[in-house]
Design a protein around this ligand. Structure first.
Ligand SMILES: Nc1ncnc2c1ncn2[C@@H]1O[C@H](COP(=O)(O)OP(=O)(O)OP(=O)(O)O)[C@@H](O)[C@H]1O
Ligand SMILES: [Mg+2]
Length: 286
């Protein structure tokens, strides 16, 4: 994502509030190069097989959903991609470079950011300072210079704060910029978490249930922001979501997991009519 231009360009150019209608993926998305390649990933915790031989790819600029019943392995998959978990088998490559044994910071530095199923924000800190933590990765001055706030460190901090202000404008949370995050409604806290991830200027954004616990209006807002990030900045999105309406509406392709295995992969329409997927969701086993 180009840092300066898109956020400025976004100001005052928001699309309508309504959820977008289901669409065929655009030609650009269909033709996108593979940016993230997950090959034969297996992950176990003692005797619990969280993931078994999972393979799928993510193309540049697409919205790729991961769905599946509770405990299917969705969050574990994101944790493998962003270096929180080290899978016992398989490989993950990003633009041809292998990720598998990198830690979270190294993965983030390569351009992959994420939000968390359970918010990982500093509740007592302001919205602005929370989003600023996403910029740490991009700070060049050492900690001492930052603490003293002198010379180049001060100029750098000003630049980063300007960037964060643009994210705050983009996410329409200007009125809350100085509020402690813990005092905001849950839907806005999720938006701040998205802002923190955007502050890292990711090429790929991993979203773990960004709409969980939201009311309809908050979900519509979050869908709009996700699609705006995808459209305006070209950011590739990998999205875990339980709300099937949202998945069908905003994703280009969907991976379906069940008990740690992949049982479906295709367009929303293909996945919706896949008998194994229907059985997993309707079979009553979960
Ligand atoms: N750190 C861990 N230690 C032990 N077991 C774990 C750990 N993380 C996940 N698991 C197990 O791995 C399996 C997959 O869990 P995961 O959280 O990835 O599922 P999920 O699809 O994200 O579920 P949900 O929809 O409830 O968020 C579960 O059986 C879970 O208990
Ligand atoms: Mg999960």
């Amino acid at each position: 994502m180009n840092a300066a231009v898109p956020f400025q360009a976004m100001a005052g150019a928001m699309p309508p509030q309504d959820l977008p209608q289901a669409q065929e993926p655009s030609a650009a998305r269909r033709a996108g190069e593979v940016i993230l390649d997950v090959k034969n990933i297996s992950l176990a915790f003692g005797g619990v097989k969280a993931l078994t031989d999972i393979s799928f790819d993510v193309r540049e600029h697409e919205v790729r959903a991961i769905i599946g019943p509770n405990g299917a392995g969705k969050s574990s998959m994101l944790n493998c991609i962003n270096g929180v978990y080290q899978p016992q088998q398989g490989a993950i490559t990003f633009r041809g470079q292998t990720f598998t044994h990198m830690n979270s910071r190294q993965v983030a530095e390569m351009g992959v950011a994420r939000t968390f199923q359970n918010l990982a924000l500093f509740k007592g800190m302001s919205v602005l300072d929370n989003i600023m933590t996403g910029r740490n990765l991009r700070m060049k001055s050492n900690l001492l210079l930052q603490a003293l706030r002198v010379g180049p460190a001060l100029r750098e901090e000003i630049r980063h704060r300007e960037f964060v202000e643009r994210i705050i404008d983009f996410l329409e949370i200007q009125a809350h910029r100085k509020s402690p995050v813990g005092q905001l409604p849950y839907g806005l806290q999720k938006r701040v978490d998205l802002g923190r991830a955007l502050a890292m200027e990711p090429q790929v954004l991993l979203l773990d249930e960004p709409m969980a616990g939201m009311n309809v209006e908050e979900k519509q807002d979050m869908c709009r922001f996700i699609l705006d990030v995808n459209d305006e900045f070209g950011t590739t999105i990998v999205l875990i979501e339980h709300d099937m309406g949202v998945v069908m509406d905003i994703s280009d392709r969907v991976v379906v997991l069940d008990y740690g295995k992949k049982i479906g992969d295709g367009t929303p329409q293909e996945v919706r009519s896949n008998p194994e997927v229907i059985r997993a969701y309707l079979g009553g086993e979960h």
